[in-house]
Design a protein around this ligand. Structure first.
Ligand code: S3P
Length: 181
């Protein structure tokens, strides 16, 4: 695997970006950044309140600003060892603005995590912190949003299916995909 440059995990809600990102960062001894957590810290409130009080457009602008900031950091090239750059878990909507993928691709490897709709539903069933899934029945929202966004996720060259996989299996798949690409 390339030892320098960021590794950026994108993908729909519930595909495992945060869980896998943290485990991968641990494995590679890299710092981990969860964009949603960072945005909540900056806004001083949780994502549902950003959506409710400021609107989705404001959230998307904050997200865009953070991408520019993260992609603008100089890439440190490490000689051997585990690398010294970031593992970034992006929010599920990062693909909505093609500039985000372009900028991330310029500073690292973008990997799209995927999962079957039923598995996504199982993973997000108990959560209430995703405002886009709180409008109507969750399974219908997931299928509708997935239908709209699928072409954007499919446009990412490296895709890893996480359905029915353990964390270790997914990390192995990511490492293989990075080696082969
Ligand atoms: C969103 C996904 C969420 C969060 C926000 C919007 C989306 O992140 O950024 O609720 O548009 O898909 P996760 O994918 O980490 O849940």
């Amino acid at each position: 695997m390339h030892s320098s440059g960021n590794i950026i995990l994108v993908g729909f809600m519930g595909t495992g970006k945060t869980t896998i990102g943290r485990a991968l960062a641990d494995r590679l001894k890299r710092a981990f950044i969860d964009m949603d957590v960072e945005l909540e810290a900056r806004a001083g409130k949780p994502i549902p309140r950003i959506f409710a009080e400021d609107g989705e457009a404001v959230f998307r602008r904050m997200e865009r600003d953070l991408v520019v900031e993260l992609a603008g950091r100089p890439v440190r090239h490490s000689l051997g060892g585990g690398g010294s750059n970031l593992v970034i878990a992006a929010g599920g909507g990062i693909v909505l603005n093609p500039d985000n993928i372009r900028d991330f691709s310029a500073t690292g490897r973008v990997i799209c995590l995927q999962a079957a709709p039923d598995e996504i539903l199982r993973r997000v069933a108990g959560s209430s912190h995703r405002p886009l899934l709180e409008q109507g029945a969750k399974d219908e929202r997931i299928r509708n949003l997935l239908r709209q966004r699928q072409p954007l996720y499919d446009a990412i060259a490296i895709r890893v299916d996480t359905t029915g996989q353990t964390v270790d299996q997914i990390i192995a798949r990511i490492q293989a995909a990075l080696r082969d690409s």
